[in-house]
Design a protein around this ligand. Structure first.
Ligand code: ADP
Ligand code: F6P
Length: 323
């Protein structure tokens, strides 16, 4: 493998607060270690459409506190084809990009594997509000998204309480319930419905509401993960079966925005630094993660083969204390 002189950095898949802090850390660490740094815009699209820009110390000024990603992001269908990957590798050669740091989720790491197969060493950094990346206990953006969701649900709670209503709130998280379960505990939701834990609407929602109503409770918060969905229908069923007026709210993309929390800024900074350090050490095609508060790394293959589960104890705790 030829010596690495130039490192590219891109953000891919859904954006997440803290991606900017990660880009900043990668660029500044790279410059400090004597690499030429370039930004690749709009995820893998930038490698197909040659949207590449030189990055200096000032290119990443004033972004650490901003949500979104200054490099833009995209889901790039063309890159999933052999022709697209060929073109991306050619662009790397044309612009002298010897290695790429990919900030995104599992899909983006699968893309990085393909780039690696074309001779471009890659490092993956976990960036997604879903916290659904198996090789890491924490993903950049998760803390901010949880705080945003809690802030909004606290507002919903005011109106839910004033009307003696039930609010069914749908949170993001594709096939994962981490965001929903933890936010549910933080807001005292009487039911947290997530794809990982089987539930029965009658037993876990309706019967529970009726039982708790008898203790004097008059308003209810129920959180539902996107992967479970059907929040409007659920609100209707609840109203029909309990007589409690119910409304559904889908929080949506607002959960992906906003200034990153301290945790996201710091984690992104440590991970960004480690990404460049790995390339400097010649440790290629790795994904950086967090384990027991330590920064760790795994081969991309191993990272993608790992499994992560939502601790069912969280559900037990939630059911015990939120009623
Ligand atoms: P995330 O990275 O958040 O999981 P996606 O699954 O949408 O998001 O993946 C982001 C991008 O990564 C895709 O749009 C595509 O360009 C690339 N990608 C995903 N899966 C593959 C794959 N199997 N091969 C090559 N590229 C992929
Ligand atoms: O992966 C992050 C995420 O926000 C998921 O929670 C959600 O399912 C998805 O991205 C939404 O993607 P899009 O931005 O394409 O609507």
């Amino acid at each position: 493998m030829a010596e690495i002189k130039t490192i590219g950095v891109l953000t891919s898949g859904g954006d997440a607060p803290g991606m900017n802090a990660a880009v900043r850390a990668v660029v500044r660490t790279g410059i400090a270690k004597g690499f030429r740094m370039v930004g690749i815009e709009r995820g893998y699209n930038g490698l197909i459409n040659e949207e590449i820009r030189e990055m200096d110390l000032r290119s990443v000024s004033e972004i650490i506190h901003r949500g979104g990603t200054a490099l833009y992001t995209a889901r790039c269908k063309a890159f999933t084809t052999p022709e697209g990957q060929e073109k991306a590798a050619e662009t790397c050669k044309k612009f002298g990009i010897d290695a790429v740091v990919v900030i995104g989720g599992d899909g983006s790491f699968r893309g990085a594997m393909q780039l690696a197969k074309h001779g471009i060493p890659c490092i993956g950094l976990p960036g997604t509000i879903d916290n659904d990346i198996a090789c890491t206990e924490y993903t950049i953006g998760y803390d901010t998204a949880m705080n945003t969701a809690v802030e909004m649900i606290d507002k919903l709670r005011d109106t839910t309480q004033s009307h003696d209503r039930c609010s069914v709130i749908e949170l993001m998280g594709r096939g994962a319930g981490y965001l929903t379960m933890n936010v549910g505990i933080a807001v005292g939701a009487i039911a947290c419905l997530v794809p990982e834990i089987p539930f029965d609407v009658q037993k876990d929602v309706i019967d529970r509401m009726i039982a708790v109503q008898k203790t004097g409770k008059k308003h209810f918060i129920i959180v539902v993960a996107e992967g479970v969905g059907h929040s409007q229908e659920l609100a209707k069923i609840i109203e029909e079966k309990t007589g409690i007026e119910s409304r559904a709210t889908i929080l949506g993309h607002v959960q992906r925005g906003g200034s990153p929390s301290v945790r996201d800024r710091v984690t992104a900074s440590l991970m960004g630094y480690r990404a460049v350090e790995l390339l400097e050490l010649g440790s290629y095609n790795r994904v950086v993660g967090l384990k027991s508060d330590a920064i760790v790394d795994y081969s991309i293959n191993e990272a993608l083969s790992m499994k992560k589960t939502l601790d069912p104890k969280l559900d037990e705790i939630s059911k015990t204390i939120s009623l």
